[in-house]
Design a protein around this ligand. Structure first.
Ligand SMILES: [Zn+2]
Length: 74
């Protein structure tokens, strides 16, 4: 799947460990739309699952981000 550099996205390539560590582990809207089209998953459920995953691992900022996205779901 092609990736774009307009967003900080899980699909962005990395050249070294610092880039890997600073990269988001979330998909940008473009990649999310592509995967949703191909895999036909429920975006709201995905964000809720991500929120729970992040909370269980002590990643509160990421859990809050997922909760906001869940509230904005299309
Ligand atoms: Zn992307």
């Amino acid at each position: 799947m092609a990736h774009y550099l307009d967003y900080n996205c899980l699909m962005n390539g990395v050249n070294h460990l610092d880039e890997l560590d600073s990269r988001s582990f979330f998909l940008c809207p473009v990649c999310l739309r592509k995967l949703r089209f191909r895999l036909a998953f429920d975006v709201g459920k995905r964000f809720e699952d991500l929120r729970r995953f992040c909370l269980a691992r002590g990643l509160q900022p990421d859990a809050a981000w997922s909760a906001r996205k869940f509230a904005e779901k299309p």
